[in-house]
Design a protein around this ligand. Structure first.
Ligand code: KG4
Ligand code: ZN
Length: 391
């Protein structure tokens, strides 16, 4: 089965085409085409993701990315297609709110044969609703025109599958470490949560942040340190510099809620602690800024690990998954890899760099599992849900 997958939940526009085979336990994937554009440069000027800019960029980029993914998959065949008046109107009204996307899609469709894909999967949440709607409307129009089944996908499920995916050769992916229960620590710009999966693709929320997401804390602290957006990779760079020359420092930050007997997190207090520290010491030298970045990362990693350890004991998990943009963080990966040596019976699954950040491959993999479950959705029923949860 060939799936066309679309992702537009935040500031990455992505289209992928996957050839999928096997049943729920033996699924395997071949990435036939993968096209992605990050908008991070455009958002940098605003110090964060600017929703109406994200929406406009998705609308501008989806058709070129679809074309690129189809071309890579050798599924792009030029041919003149007459699109009936009724269908033009339908597509026009589905894409009415998506800037010029309707016109560019119709122009593209009139020049190409319907490609040999069997289903369409699109992120329906969580994320920025104006951004999600662009991808959803686009997917609906394609599903209607090509008469293909449509699947709405939870972005966080994509992040979990990304961590389980392992490459078995050129563009081939299979899932490993599937022993249940699976515990997932999902850490991104909008999320910080521990969920357990058992049975396969059925979720229970174990704990989440009471305020800021960890990626949000990284980005806000980055701004306080005058670092460009997104702050996460920049703080990581400073902190790794500091670690390369260890030295005593009096820059201490709290570990919020580390002793509370739950799996809940709080990062707002940590961010505020950084703010006060900077107020009290306005003229921090470069080296001290690096030490502060290190202390911030240490505090984040300590809290994440301590809550995850509690959740491992609570759930009896056999596999621990890290997912979401913050799971790219070198220090967090290192701490989890080291600490998991005390849990030889639990496998640790970390996403490869290519699958750590937002992408459409993960949406295609989730789409395949949803198609095996026959969870097709009628195009008119699919809606964006910015707060869509797994459990
Ligand atoms: O999953 P993602 O790409 O988008 C969302 O769905 O939010 O995550 C983006 C977040 C941003 O907050 C960014 O600062 C953070 O992931 N991030 C990092 C690193 N790379 C990205 N945070 C810490 N260290 C990193 N290396
Ligand atoms: Zn994400």
């Amino acid at each position: 089965m060939r799936i066309l997958a679309i992702e537009t939940s935040c500031d990455e526009t992505a289209v992928a085409i996957l050839e999928c085979a096997g049943d729920e336990t033996s699924a395997s994937f071949t990435v036939l085409g993968n096209a992605l554009l990050s908008q991070v440069e455009q958002h940098r000027a605003y110090g964060g993701v600017y929703p109406s800019l994200a929406k406009r960029e998705h609308a501008k980029n989806l058709v070129p990315l679809l074309e690129a993914a189809l071309e890579e998959a050798e599924l792009l065949h030029e041919d003149r297609q007459a699109i009936g008046e009724d269908m033009r109107e339908n597509i026009g009204s589905i894409l009415a709110r998506e800037e010029t996307l309707g016109e560019s899609l119709l122009a593209f469709l009139e020049e190409t044969e319907a490609p040999e894909v069997d289903a369409i999967a699109v992120t329906s949440g969580p994320g920025l609703e104006p951004a999600l709607w662009v991808g959803i409307s686009f997917a609906k129009a394609l599903a209607l025109l090509w008469r293909k089944p449509l699947y709405g996908i939870n972005h966080m499920e994509g992040h979990i599958l990304s961590a389980l995916a392992t490459s078995t050769g050129d563009n081939q992916l299979v899932l490993r470490n599937r022993d249940l229960p699976i515990l997932a620590l999902l850490i991104s710009g909008g999320h910080t949560e521990l969920v357990s999966m058992n049975p396969w693709l059925n979720y229970r929320l174990i704990g989440q942040t009471l305020d800021d997401a960890v990626g949000e804390a990284f980005d806000k602290v980055g701004r306080m340190l005058d670092l460009p957006y997104p702050g996460g990779p920049e703080i990581s760079r400073l902190a790794e510099n500091a670690r390369s020359t260890p030295r005593e420092t009096d820059l201490a930050l709290p570990r919020p809620m580390i002793h509370s007997p739950t799996c809940e997190f709080s990062f707002a207090g940590l961010k505020t602690a950084v703010m006060y520290l900077l107020k009290n010491r306005p003229a921090l030298k470069d080296e001290e800024r690096e030490r502060l970045a290190q202390e911030f990362e240490d505090a984040v990693a300590d809290v994440l690990w301590s809550k995850t350890e509690r959740a491992l004991e609570m759930t009896g998990a056999r596999t621990l998954v890290l997912g979401g943009g913050v799971s790219a963080n070198t220090h967090i990966r290192r701490i989890f890899t080291e600490n998991m040596r005390s849990y030889p019976d639990v496998a640790l699954a970390l996403p490869s760099p290519k699958l750590t950040t937002d992408n459409a491959i993960m949406i295609g993999m989730a789409g395949y599992f949803r198609s095996l479950q026959k969870a097709e959705i009628a195009p008119e029923s699919l809606r964006a849900d910015g707060n869509l949860s797994l459990a």
